[in-house]
Design a protein around this ligand. Structure first.
Ligand code: 13P
Length: 259
């Protein structure tokens, strides 16, 4: 079996300002300086990417730089959008695709998310494809079909080779920012089904090496029990990523759990 390196990303969402994004970056870099065996990334708001990148680079940090979204067209009349070339110019290495807030607040469709995911891969960056069911969908027994549909649709026309540049983030919408975390058993159950689906869509090798991380109210205090599960390869962190000690604690919890 392939060994999957754990991944923990800090999604800062629409938080921080010019001062606090720089302070948080410096604190995260210092806190993770001696932490090895986990791939880490921060996803600041667009206006702060360049400043965060400068701090990461000047300090020789292994923390990667991610963007929370992108637009798939290379350039042109797309007011307000940000292209992948622009993101690369700012040192971005990974991009979130289909985060639940983009699906449910902004209204992105599976098709648009797939287009963006393919564009990220084509640009040579890593796509973090986010999927997850809402509370209504869960309570009406549709957790598996929803996640399967989002996974299949998000990965449409993406080859097995290209999957080396994809991380899947399972983020149940009802667990995001609510303090309600999925139990390790529930999350593990979904992750195992997603991995099985990857094996059907591609093959066992792709399923085995693709990282599937969990997101939704992860904290330093519950990270270890989640990351201990065999199919949970790390986390995508929202609120707790805004506090460097908390984020570092989560990253450290992932180190102890190589898969
Ligand atoms: P919280 O950790 O705040 O629940 O957010 C999770 C998330 O949406 C990360 O992308």
């Amino acid at each position: 079996m392939t060994e999957r390196k754990p991944f923990v990303g800090g999604n800062w969402k629409m938080n921080t300002n010019r001062t606090t994004s720089a302070d948080l970056t410096r604190q995260v870099v210092d806190a993770l300086n001696t932490v090895h065996g986990v791939e880490t990334a921060v996803f600041p708001p667009f206006p702060y990417l360049l400043a965060v990148r400068t701090i990461l680079r000047d300090r020789g940090s292994a923390v990667k730089l991610g963007a929370q979204d992108c637009y798939h067209k290379p350039d042109g009349a797309f007011t307000g959008e940000v292209s992948l070339d622009m993101l690369k110019d700012c040192g971005v290495q990974m991009v979130l695709c289909g985060h639940s807030e983009r699906r449910h607040v902004i209204g992105e469709t599976d098709e648009l998310i797939n287009t963006k995911t393919r564009a990220v891969i084509d640009a040579g960056l890593t796509a973090v494809l986010c999927i997850g069911e809402t509370l209504d969908q869960r309570e009406s027994g549709h957790t598996d079909p929803v996640n399967q549909r989002q996974l299949r649709a998000g990965l449409a026309e993406i080859s097995g080779d290209a999957m080396a540049n994809v991380i899947i983030a399972y983020e149940p919408v009802w667990a995001i920012g609510t303090g309600k975390t999925a139990t390790p058993e529930d999350a593990q159950g979904v992750h195992a089904k997603l991995r099985k689906l990857l094996a059907q869509m591609y093959n066992n090798e792709v399923a085995d090496r693709t990282r599937i991380v969990y997101g939704g109210s992860v904290k330093a205090s519950n990270a270890e029990e989640l990351f201990r599960c065999p199919d949970i390869d790390g986390g995508l962190i929202g609120g707790a990523a805004l506090k460097a000690p908390e984020f570092a604690g989560i990253c450290k919890a992932a180190v102890k759990q190589p898969k």
